[in-house]
Design a protein around this ligand. Structure first.
Ligand SMILES: [Fe+2]
Length: 556
């Protein structure tokens, strides 16, 4: 069956295509529209659909809207209740629900030829759960699955068990209690953009002490029945609210640290409760809260499950994939684990070269792009690494990455300057998978950057750019089988420097979505002090850019 999944209602609109149980394509609308998170999560924008992402998914597979067997929409308005009944202060929520009910017609409008009767509403947290339990690699049947986010129809959480094609629901926490909404409130209280900048709170937490844990536990705690209490936190009593851009103080870092600690405690309790019911070996995680890699690491290290797998697109974008996988499983198909996070757009070498010629920039076809990039990094250059298909989810994983030498402490500040972002934000290492365990203590492998690791003391001075203030790093382990080109670049860099690690951050500048297509890459390269752009096998050097194209193949 050909099944399109759609996430649209709140934020991170995305589309995914599953054919005969196999994930063929998945992409977020922001990568096409160049608007971060696709839209603000307001009721008034709830009708907007991931039109470009959906059309691209179909084009990629060479099918038309009329060829689709089903479309899964990751919200079921029949399960929703009026916001005031849910205890939410959201006076326009009824607008959102009206748009949700009309989604089949909006979809038929956006994708001419689609029969609106083929659209199915998939409960929001079922879609999240399916994106983890059906997409996880290895032995995932049966498995336990835990979903936590801001909100779905009337709940903010789901504890479930995957048995074959079915998801058995074991517990669900009703709104207004929501770990995601509490974290969003704190994000806003600290002067950041809610529903967007939550990861900055996690980074800030490393600078503080857990001074308010006992007091916060009065408002945020697990209830022993698989659910939790999380609402009504009087944030201003802990530290005054910050305006956007206002300097934060140690009291704010302490509050971030305390809230992070309490979140971790509740998640650990929920994982233990779930394991007590299922005794499964695998826990699969999804929902925006599962992007909290510090909490994930505690669940992996201290929780009862043998293995923890996190959907790399754990936020709402992933529900597009989950909705499609759920419909496939419900229709009797065998969903296959996702093949990797590189499910987005890619270009052939010929297409890349045509773009370079069109832009009239001097470029060369490298004999060995991995080795050339390794040399540039060893010489302390900054490299934009554009290879293969783009990533689904918020992390750059060696397809649309900005790379640098990890041995120069100054490179953290340098990269944050290139990207125009706050200096307290860490950058992360990518590391050869077989070298990772001796340098980073924690869960291995970690291909999707969803766990934090403690950097071995002997290595902290060798790779200072990627060691966060608390001695940790959020690693991506690179396996030569999964990504031979990036692994080869790391091997060459190790030969030159003795370090099997490079700095990896997403290829974008502040406030913009990750680079996706070739034009984005050229624009980003042109506007930021990046020394080398590796576009497939082609390299563009900053120096050559300003000496004209005569020495290049552009005029060949
Ligand atoms: Fe969600």
């Amino acid at each position: 069956m050909r099944i399109l999944g759609i996430n649209a209602l709140f934020h991170d609109p995305a589309a995914a295509l599953v054919i005969d149980g196999r994930t063929v394509a998945a992409a977020e609308e922001e990568r096409f529209s160049r608007r971060k998170h696709g839209k603000r999560p307001l009721p008034f924008s709830a009708w907007e659909l991931p039109e470009q992402a959906a059309r691209w998914c179909l084009d990629h597979a060479g099918i038309r809207p009329g060829d689709l067997d089903l479309v899964g929409y990751s919200f079921d308005p029949a399960l929703a209740r009026p916001a005031e009944q849910l205890g939410l202060d959201d006076p326009w929520d009824h607008v959102r629900l009206t748009y949700a009910r009309e989604a089949p017609n909006f979809l038929a409008e956006a994708l001419p030829g689609l029969d609106p009767a083929k659209v199915r509403f998939v409960p929001h947290h079922v879609a999240h759960a399916a994106s983890a339990a059906f997409a996880a690699d290895g032995d995932s049947d049966p498995s336990s699955v835990l979903v936590l986010d801001g909100r779905g129809e009337a709940t903010s959480h789901l504890a479930a068990r995957r048995v074959g094609p079915r998801l058995e629901q074991l517990a669900a926490q009703e709104l207004p209690h929501s770990m995601g909404l509490v974290y969003e409130e704190l994000t806003q209280h600290l002067g950041f953009l809610r529903s967007s900048d939550e990861y900055k709170v996690m980074a800030m937490a490393s600078y503080g002490s857990p001074t308010s844990v006992a007091e916060l536990r009065r408002h945020v705690y697990s209830t022993g029945d698989g659910g939790f209490h999380a609402a009504g936190v009087p944030w201003a009593g802990f530290a005054p609210a910050l305006r956007p851009g206002q300097e934060w103080t140690p009291a704010h870092a302490d509050l971030a640290c305390s809230a992070q600690r309490v979140l971790e405690e509740v998640l650990l309790d929920l994982a233990r409760w779930l394991h007590g019911r299922t005794h499964d070996r695998l826990l699969a995680l999804a929902g925006g809260v599962a992007l909290n890699c510090v909490a994930n690491s505690r669940i992996a290290a201290e929780g009862p499950f043998e293995r923890v797998w996190v959907q790399p697109a754990a936020g709402d974008a992933g529900t597009a994939l989950g909705a499609a996988l759920h419909l496939a499983a419900s229709a009797g198909e065998q969903p296959e684990p996702m093949p990797g996070a590189d499910l987005g757009r890619g270009w052939s070498d010929q297409e890349l070269e045509a773009w370079l010629r069109g832009a009239a920039v001097p470029y060369q076809r490298s004999e060995d792009v991995a080795a050339e990039v390794a040399r540039e990094l060893a010489a302390d250059g900054i490299v934009a690494w554009f290879q293969g298909r783009s990533e689904f989810g918020p992390r750059a994983l060696g397809h649309r990455s900005l790379l640098a030498h990890p041995g120069r402490a100054a490179n953290l500040e340098r990269l944050n300057d290139v990207k125009g972002r706050e200096q307290f934000r860490p950058v992360a290492p990518m590391v050869l998978a077989d070298r990772a365990p001796k340098i980073f203590n924690g869960r291995h492998p970690s291909p999707y950057m969803l766990f934090v690791h403690e950097v071995a003391p002997a290595w902290r001075d060798r790779i200072p750019a990627v060691v966060h203030v608390d001695g940790t790093a959020r690693i991506q382990s690179v396996d030569p089988v999964d990504d031979p080109l990036t692994a080869r670049m790391l091997e060459r860099f190790e030969l030159l420097t003795g370090l099997p690690v490079v700095v990896n951050t997403s290829l974008n500048t502040a406030g913009r979505p990750m680079v996706d297509d070739v034009r984005d890459a050229l624009e980003c390269f042109g506007s930021a002090p990046i020394d080398l752009l590796a576009l497939g096998p082609f390299v563009v050097r900053r120096g050559a850019l300003f000496t004209g194209p005569d020495r290049s193949e552009a005029r060949a």
